[in-house]
Design a protein around this ligand. Sequence first.
Ligand code: GAP
Length: 536
Amino acid sequence: MDMDKLVSLCKRRGFLFQSSEIYGGLNGFWDYGPLGVELKRNVKEAWWRDMVSGHDDIGVPPGAPEAYEMCGLDCAIIMHPQVWKVSGHYDLFHDFMVDCRESKKRYRHDHVRGRWVSYRDQKIFVTTMAEPDHEQAEFQQKALKFFNLRGKDAEQLQWDGEAVSLGKLKPPTSEVLGPDAKALGTLTDPREFNLMFKTIIGALGDETDSAFLRPETAQGIFVNFKNVVDSSRVSVPFGIAQVGKSFRNEITPRNFTFRSREFEQMEIEFFCHPNSSHAWYQYWRDRRFQWYLDLGLSRERLQMREHHADELSHYSTGTADIEYAFPFLPPGEFGELEGIAHRGDFDLRSHMEGKLDPATRPLQVELGPDGKPKWRGSGKDLSYRNELTNEKYIPHVIEPSAGADRGTLAFLCEAYHEDQAPDDKGEMQTRVVMKFHPRIAPIKAAVFPLVKKDGMPEIAQEIYRALKKHMVAYYDEKGAVGRRYRRQDEAGTPYCITVDGQTLQDRTVTIRDRDTLEQWRVKVDDVVDEIRKRIS
Ligand code: GAP
């Protein structure tokens, strides 16, 4: 699938717009249009319904070690700054970046890709930020310009090795031609850059009043663990879920909404007994993988990548990423949709005792130069007592952490199809159709009168109003009916209902299936039930 086509459809049909577009846009920020907002809400609502509100607290779900409870939270975006010091985000949440002294641009070190090229006796490492599909063309253009050659001289360039990330190769900076530079050696050495957005609290605030926009929703759950246990009578094992905005000052936001600076997460912190934590980890990774399949992502484009032992924090006995083969990635590469991590007791202990040093075993509080905790914890007891056995322990945590925007983007990519369908004259034409799963489709049904006369609009409006009580429906009486179908195909509407001449005689209408193009007749009074049955 050609990503450019999807991006243009998203703008043309109102799924996604660049933020502040009339002022030239703001890199890394996106706005959801009328169709996009419905789609993303449906993704978040499906997640909340399947994980939280629809969860059966008393039965044992298939694959689960035992019954468990689920509840939700909605925490503030700005939290006490100590939260981020204790969680490790203040010290560790960094990316490496390089600056270009010539172009004054800043790049994420591992996102700059380059290739060795020689001409006569000079060898340089030419770099670009272009997408993989276009990078060789960019390398060549830049190398020709640097060596003062014309297009017809391209064979005189000697390429050495494959394109690699600057972060992996580390060539001498004096031999690197920066992505937007004309001269060699303009890139600085990589420097660390904290990804948290800083803000100041209060009108008279200074640096000592600075706080951060949360880079994840998870910490709000950990710091409310005791509140939830004390107020809701949940007992371990149980999960707390939260959906909300997170902010990361990404150095190189890219690939449409995939890496944004403002995005939404759907996170669960699942608290369990240490002895059963590995079984719960297995349960959650399988359960979350299946969720994406159930909502229509294809098995060929979805994979579960279990982290190797050397990638894991030593307090974790497992982490897996659910990944999707986004079309903007080179063939064979996958991008992360969700991570499922076994986090042990790291987070609750940190918020009790102070920031733990992840390099210690067993985990110990990290000390500052004065021998005191570098970042003090809350000092509150965040352990759990089992009322039946009286056992007291710090629960272990399994964290399924999903991105609502990345999920929505994957559903958009998966849905995009081009096929052939007959137009109003019966001639086959290419049609663009978004094959969303009916649960997440922005509009569930559209209603058309075949013509704007003979009482057809009145019957169509009656059906439209009846549907509207239950779902997002759309009424359209403008233009040829074939064009109305095309518009709904592009919006991903699974069912179109048409009132025609026969309706006036027998009060039946046609329902057209978006994917199969099959049409069948049902009674006007049965339309709502028929559509509800099909989209549930
Ligand atoms: N609490 C764990 C955590 O935040 P993460 O892997 O950093 O883990 C979880 O983020 C999910 O959030 C990712 O799998 C991804 O779907 C989403 N996400 C992270 N950074 C993002 C960004 N810059 N833009 C869009 N989504 C992002």
